[in-house]
Design a protein. Structure first.
Lengths: 139, 323
């Protein structure tokens, strides 16, 4: 399978899971992720992201995507053709959850459906489904 | 008078090292030079952290870094990301703008060549001629698998090149001669839990014997995963280009992409027939760059790109020198 090897890099193991707080008020938690090909992407070409934590899918309305110093609702991502997610650059995938997340290890799975924008050789674009699953530790 | 071929490298070869930040941009340039390559190309969409609008500061720093390591800036490799929006393809005005921007960036960074892609369209490609002359930057279109010289639009492109006094050309990617799966693709199939090793070997034997995909699938009683790999093996290795056409077309070549995926040693590439390609290049009198383009990182993150680049150089140089 072409374009498959970098799926492994999609979830950043070293950054683990970080709980987002304001003072003692828990807002949620986040992981860091990278675009899983050799180059950067126009953000809109990321057509769909799904996040599963310990086997449970996080509803889209509770997810935020932070890159280039900006934050996006999932429904905004497919409009962002002026935003470039650079090669190997880390974005945050943020979960809004006032319960936070229990300390320790968690199974995190990320799916990305994305489009390779230069591939329309005979009129159709290559669209890929990347999967990455790792056990992350809450920092 | 021809001085013969020159050997360059695309920093794209270091995709894995760059993605993981084991090498930064300067590190990639230094590594290329250390291995022995004297010419550099880079994929702007990969290497430039200010893409698609690099600042003068970024471009001049790139130029100075290439000078520091005494490597020749060969080509600024651009894309036509025609599908970069989801609501529509890029308009003519947008393709023109991206192309002119790339020509300007290339000039600032010290490159005298821009590589673009087939979707530029014959109309815009031809329109770029005066700007290329003014900026002293040649423009070439990459011919990449699954395209090949017989695709109708390429007839138009060759005509435009013919009338451009050398300013407009092409960059044939040797993937157009890809005829057999490379080692990393085969390994991927072998390691897939849905595939049986003996069946993968049977598929390969059928391919080597010239059987069609339909014959292979009909004969071999394959699992779904094995069928998927059989499909990929056939689809990726159709070798749409004819080797006998290469020599005649090289008069339009600004550079050649030396695509490869995995070399087990420096003797032979079972995927792309460099043993046949290098003598054709030599006989044609082509004296531009053969730019190494290692692409195994699409299939594996375990290979050492520097080892692969050593093997490639050693292999193609020997084949060229002995021809």
């Amino acid at each position: 399978m072409d374009f498959a090897a970098f799926n492994y890099y999609m979830i950043s193991e070293e950054d683990g899971i970080v709980v987002n707080k304001v003072d003692d008020i828990v807002l949620g938690y986040e992981i860091k992720c990278k675009y899983p090909t050799y180059r950067g992407a126009y953000l809109c070409n990321v057509l769909k992201i799904q996040l599963f934590v310990d086997g449970k899918e996080i509803p889209e309305e509770n997810l935020r995507f932070d890159v280039n110093g900006k934050s996006f609702l999932m429904e905004e991502i497919t409009d962002q053709y002026k935003e470039y997610w650079f090669t190997g650059a880390k974005a945050a995938l943020r979960v809004i959850d006032e319960n936070g997340i229990a300390p320790g290890e968690h199974k995190v799975k990320m799916l990305m459906h994305h489009k390779i924008p230069y591939t329309g050789y005979f009129g159709t674009y290559l669209e890929l489904d990347g999967t990455c699953e790792k056990t992350l530790t809450v920092k | 008078m021809s001085d013969g071929i020159k050997y360059g490298v695309s920093l794209y070869c270091f995709s894995n090292s760059f993605h993981t930040r084991q090498l930064d941009l300067e590190g990639c340039i230094k590594r290329a030079k250390d291995i022995g390559y004297n010419g550099i190309t880079l994929v702007a969409a990969q290497s430039c952290d200010e893409y698609p609008f690099p600042s003068d500061e970024w471009l001049y720093k790139l130029r100075d870094t290439m000078a520091k390591y005494d490597v020749e800036p060969v080509c600024w490799e651009a894309y036509i990301d025609i599908g970069m929006r989801n609501d529509r393809d890029l308009s003519e005005a947008e393709i023109r703008e991206f192309t002119m921007n790339d020509i300007i960036y290339a000039h600032k960074a010290g490159f005298h060549m821009v590589k673009t892609q087939h979707s530029i369209s014959p109309k815009i490609f031809a329109e770029m001629l005066p700007f290329c002359k003014k900026m002293d930057v040649k423009l070439c279109i990459e011919m990449h698998h699954p395209h090949h010289p017989e695709v109708p639009v390429w007839k138009e492109y060759f005509k435009i090149m013919e009338e451009s006094d050398g300013w407009l050309g092409f960059a044939p990617d040797m993937s157009i001669f890809q005829h057999y799966p490379h080692g990393l693709h085969i390994r991927q199939a072998m390691e897939d839990p849905g595939c049986r090793a003996e069946k993968v070997n049977e598929i390969l034997a059928y391919m080597a014997a010239g059987k069609t995909e339909e014959e292979t699938v009909a004969d071999l009683d394959l699992t779904d995963a094995e069928k998927m790999y059989a499909g990929e093996f056939y689809h990726k290795n159709t070798a749409p280009g004819k080797l006998e056409d290469l020599g005649g077309l090289l008069k339009y070549a600004h550079m050649i992409h030396g695509k490869f995926y995995y070399l087990a040693d420096d003797q032979n590439d079972p995927c792309i027939p460099y043993d046949k390609i290098m003598p054709i290049i030599k006989e044609s009198g082509y004296n531009g760059y053969l730019v190494a383009e290692y692409e195994g990182h699409h299939f594996s993150i375990e290979e050492d790109d520097s080892v692969q680049l050593h093997r490639f150089w050693s292999m193609v140089k020997r084949m060229y020198d002995n021809a």
